[in-house]
Ligand binder design. Sequence first.
Ligand code: FES
Ligand code: FES
Length: 166
Amino acid sequence: MTEISLVVNGRAVKGQAEGRVLLVQFLRETLGLTGTHVGCDTSQCGACVVHVDGRAVKSCTMLAAQADGSQITTIEGIARGQDLHPVQAAFREHHGLQCGYCTPGMIMTAVDMIRRHDGVLDEKTVRDELDGNICRCTGYHNIVKAVLAAAEAMRVEPASQRVAAE
Ligand code: FES
Ligand code: FES
């Protein structure tokens, strides 16, 4: 067992994990952060996306031990109290989900995408960049609409500060 120290959603946490434990398992099973989902065993679905040191990462592709010392943000960490993150709000407003299984990964991917593009996105870019996130329900149209709407909202203060702040 290895002791792993992380900052998760702004809080310092420690836990023990065997070397073979994946980051997604550590988040879900050791820390109880079950908002990060596991939708495949082939690293294709993107349901497990979290941010590691500010970048979107499929947490099933990384060992927990590799993340030691990192700053992790999960879906549980992006709202501000009762205020949804603009991407969460846009998914709700534009009906960007049905069963919701893919949604945490979609949202974490979208937050990273919007930040990397400074909120300037078009439909083709959003569709291309969601290539690593599979939704089995929606047909993607409303997800794409939600990401574009969130990007627009986050170009306007004060939401844009949230993109840069993480
Ligand atoms: S569970 Fe990580 S990509 Fe599917
Ligand atoms: S909303 Fe059901 S898998 Fe995407």
